[in-house]
Design a protein around this ligand. Sequence first.
Ligand SMILES: CC(C)(COP(=O)(O)OP(=O)(O)OC[C@H]1O[C@@H](n2cnc3c(N)ncnc32)[C@H](O)[C@@H]1OP(=O)(O)O)[C@@H](O)C(=O)NCCC(=O)NCCS
Length: 175
Amino acid sequence: MSDELKLIAPTVELEESYRSYVAEVREADALFVPWVLGFNADEFPALIARLHEASEGRGIPKTFVPHTTFWTIDASGQIIGVANIRHELNENLLLEGGHIGYSIRPSLRGRGLATRQLALAVAEAGRRGIQRVLVVCERDNSASARVIAKNGGRLAGEVTSEETGKMMQRYWIEL
Ligand SMILES: CC(C)(COP(=O)(O)OP(=O)(O)OC[C@H]1O[C@@H](n2cnc3c(N)ncnc32)[C@H](O)[C@@H]1OP(=O)(O)O)[C@@H](O)C(=O)NCCC(=O)NCCS
């Protein structure tokens, strides 16, 4: 694997890499993070269209905000991570969703990739006019807490998730 990482828009060309990513996540994790990994991918072009539409605020539930999904690729073009940026915060996101959700391909974890991916995603949020980035993780997700702290995240408090009942930590990253 090469050293270079890049965020790209989802594309039909990377169907195989995406499917293997989702398969690894399904196997390794109890749930899909970021949540868009759970979108139906039976018709791959439809999935890509859905992700692009969500980025423009189309085809999303009324209570959702526009969100952009990036695939993080290495120099070989393999998808090594996925990040989802919420363009703004609604009440729920302000509390426990935050601006950015992300994961790293399970077979490539523990190499510093999440730290680098979050840096790229935060820069992307900045380009979209977000000056303070909220990132939320479960208190017992120490790897994610490290990733956020290494990107300048400052703990702003803890809340109990209404969805899962788990204790969540809220971090702000100032650009
Ligand atoms: C959390 C996650 C993104 C971390 O990805 P990663 O590429 O392994 O993270 P990094 O290699 O950049 O490691 C970041 C830090 O966490 C530490 N770390 C990695 N795995 C760890 C683990 N299982 N337990 C404790 N610390 C861990 C690393 O040592 C590193 O800290 P250090 O720099 O002080 O050594 C990845 O485990 C993942 O995709 N998890 C499932 C989805 C998820 O939880 N997303 C976050 C939602 S908020």
